[in-house]
Design a protein around this ligand. Structure first.
Ligand code: NAD
Length: 356
């Protein structure tokens, strides 16, 4: 049995990962190792206390604090962060938080070239990818640039102990979605398939334990390790229909990022996996099931996640725009996406037809 396609191209991304409970304390060494002496610490306002703690750990290597990070990196926020970096003469950014904060660090890096150190506190996985995103006038632009890839990533599971259960679950499914689409990506490879299988197994095991006891450090460690692998899968491959749809639903309809991934994943899996038998097999093994889409739907519903796009605020008339945008530009997908098929998929997801 092989893990992944028989012929492939694989490009490793140059970055360093420091993982383990308490590893936040290693921040000063990580900064020094990267030659950074004047870091601007980035966070959301809600995570200011953690940002201040990180700043205190950095001591003289902290040049300032910017706590304006917001979902989907509005261009104005990116400009304000760049101005803050200039004002304190920063030589790099330390992004402490979820995908929104890491995304802000990348937006600063994109135009200034300032390197980023990331301390992720959700399971989104952005810290492992060279993908940046910026939102302007209701449209999110994304691109790939090696310059935005964090130089060093410090994963400390202790920082996730206070991540609320609902966010932990949807963020975990956001991560699983990266692994699922990596398994049938046009640039899949054996190493990515191995990471994806292990990542899905880790998160599917850990999330129920996290939901039962959010302060279970062992479960948090397993979940974060899974999220790291999912992020690595995302960084190494090209995503397909699922990520395309989530991008449209978030960018144009302002649906919450992680929850949208959670609702949609079983429907896209039901559509794509029959055309991707190797991916289906890998997921069946990882989840110990013979029905991957239903297993995913049951797992997320059992953990209290939203079940339908209607639950997230989408309406039937919106489907016309979603379908039009999803058909506007071609992208890789294991199964051809016809307008009819897309309409059926979205109608089912709108109603939550697959939920147990
Ligand atoms: P987020 O970063 O917006 O975080 C959600 C909320 O949870 C925020 O208010 C944050 O302050 C709070 N929070 C984060 N960690 C916490 C913790 N440990 N304890 C308590 N509260 C905490 O959400 P997200 O889902 O991590 O990121 C979503 C964003 O990331 C989207 O914009 C998405 O497009 C982007 N993203 C980008 C990539 C990429 O490769 N470029 C990959 C994944 C996600």
């Amino acid at each position: 049995m092989t893990a992944g396609p028989a012929s492939f191209t694989y490009e490793a991304l140059p970055m360093r990962v420091v993982f383990g409970a308490g590893s936040l304390r290693r921040l000063p060494q990580e900064a020094e190792r990267s030659g950074l002496r004047r870091l601007l610490v980035l966070a959301t306002e809600g995570q200011r206390p953690l940002a201040e703690h990180a700043a205190a750990l950095l001591g003289d290597a902290c040049a300032g604090l910017f706590t304006g990070a917001r979902m989907h990196v509005p261009v104005q926020v990116a400009e304000a962060a760049r101005a803050a970096a200039r004002a304190v003469d920063a030589d790099g950014c330390l992004a402490v938080g979820g995908g929104s904060t890491v995304g802000l660090g990348k937006a600063v890096a994109l135009e200034t070239g300032l390197p980023v150190i990331a301390v992720p506190t959700t399971y989104a996985g952005s810290e492992m990818t060279p993908v940046w995103g910026l939102t302007e006038n209701g449209r999110k632009r994304t691109g790939r640039d090696r310059a935005v890839l964090p130089r060093s990533v410090v994963y400390d599971p202790e920082l996730t102990l206070r991540l609320p259960v609902d966010v932990s679950v949807t963020s975990g499914f956001n991560a699983i979605a990266h692994a699922v689409e990596a398994l049938y990506a046009p640039d899949a490879s054996p190493i990515v398939s191995l990471m994806a299988g292990e990542a899905v197994r880790s998160l599917a095991t850990a999330l129920p334990a996290v939901a039962a006891d959010p302060r279970d450090l062992e479960a948090r460690t397993t979940a974060l390790r899974g999220a790291w692998l999912c992020g690595a899968c995302l960084g190494a491959t090209t995503m397909s229909l699922h990520h395309k749809l989530c991008h449209i639903l978030g960018g144009t309809f302002d649906l919450p990022h992680a929850a949208t991934h959670t609702v949609l994943l079983p429907y896209v899996a039901a559509f794509n996996l029959p055309a991707a038998p190797d991916a289906d097999q890998a997921l069946r093994r990882a989840l110990a099931t013979d029905d991957v889409p239903r297993h995913l739907a049951r797992l997320s519903a059992g953990l209290g996640a939203p079940r339908s796009l209607a639950d997230l605020g989408l309406t039937e008339p919106d489907l016309i725009e979603v379908t039009a945008q999803a058909q506007a530009q071609p992208y890789a997908n294991p199964r051809p996406v016809t307008e009819d098929a897309l309409r059926t998929l979205l109608t089912d997801a709108l109603a939550g037809a697959l939920a147990p």
